[in-house]
Design a protein around this ligand. Structure first.
Ligand code: BTN
Length: 305
């Protein structure tokens, strides 16, 4: 109901009369008033006059009704510790594939290698619960597919020159615009779920606390709709991954890589390695050519170009 009501209000710059809305939505006046007041309470700026209702501003909110095709699988919160925590709980309780947990703010947003992920207003912070029919050892392919899809959406729909950085960051002009984190659970050799947490700097200003980071707003000089971005990304990711084994995802990912051919420093849990990034193999492992000419495979780490 709310998605249809918002659609009607968005189609009109002028106020829409209550008779018109009641007729199109096939509801009575009491229900219409209730729906309008719930939207106003949720943060939509709707003004009421003798001519009807007018939506002044929708504040780019991410309520489930903003994603009508996937409404029942969207969980939207004002503030959480981390969307990873909520998603893990939902996944363990058996939520369906492609459940999405979104938060406006995270008090304990986390990054890879135990780093903090700053999550201030204007960014996009979400975790997708995925249940692919895939061996746990191949689940890394999901992360590569997601970073490739996100970079493609940013380039093709938002005109941002996005590239992927090993393992799954997105960079624009060498600055980080998005990071991904995944957690998975397997049972009896079978993947139960893989939760993919994604943070995207959209309309926020990450440069204030992180020098080597940027946002879409900074790159293109205007605010963009987080709703539109999330919706495009989820649709494309679903198309790309549904029922696929993602056999050739690494070779596709490599075509958009900002890492290959660069001299990099990789910080792992144990040590720091340096070398020329010569390849990413079929297992998602980064191959470094070290100063003495030896090839060093790196499975997990944080890569600095
Ligand atoms: C990284 O670059 O180190 C990964 C960052 C991942 C951040 C996202 S924001 C949504 C989800 N919730 C979290 O606490 N982290 C991920």
């Amino acid at each position: 109901m709310k998605s249809r009501l918002l659609k009607l209000l968005r189609q009109n710059k002028a106020p829409v009369s209550s008779e018109d809305l009641e007729g199109k939505l096939e509801i009575d006046n009491a229900s219409l008033t209730e729906q309008i007041s719930e939207l106003q309470d949720a943060g939509y700026e709707i003004i009421t006059s003798k001519n009807g209702y007018r939506l002044l501003k929708d504040n780019d909110l991410l309520f489930p009704w903003e994603f009508p095709e996937r409404e029942s699988k969207i969980h939207y919160f004002r503030e959480v510790s981390s969307t990873m925590d909520i998603a893990r709980d939902l996944a363990q309780k058996g939520c369906p594939d492609f459940t999405v947990v979104i938060a406006e703010l995270q008090s304990k947003g986390r990054g890879r290698l135990q780093r903090v992920w700053q999550s201030e207003q204007g960014g996009l912070y979400f975790t997708i619960v995925l249940r692919p029919d895939m061996a746990p050892l191949k689940s890394f392919r999901i992360n590569f597919a997601a970073s490739l899809v996100l970079a493609t959406v940013l380039r093709e729909r938002f005109h941002v020159d996005a590239k992927v950085k090993w393992p799954n960051d997105i960079l624009v002009d060498g600055m980080k615009i998005s990071g991904m984190l995944s957690e998975m659970e397997a049972e009896a050799g079978k993947l139960s779920f893989i939760n993919l947490g994604i943070g995207i700097n959209v309309n926020n200003d990450p440069g204030e606390y992180e020098q080597r980071a940027t946002s879409i707003k900074k790159c293109i000089g205007k605010r963009v709709s987080r709703r539109n971005l999330l919706s495009c990304f989820l649709d494309e990711l679903e198309k790309r991954t549904a029922g696929r084994s993602l056999d050739n995802i690494i070779s596709q990912w490599k075509k958009h890589s900002a890492t290959l051919g660069k001299h990099v420093r990789v910080v792992t849990v144990q040590d720091t390695l340096e070398g020329l990034a010569v390849d990413v193999d079929e297992n998602g492992t980064l191959i470094l050519k070290q100063a003495d000419g030896t090839l060093k495979p790196v499975i997990y780490g944080d890569c600095f170009h």
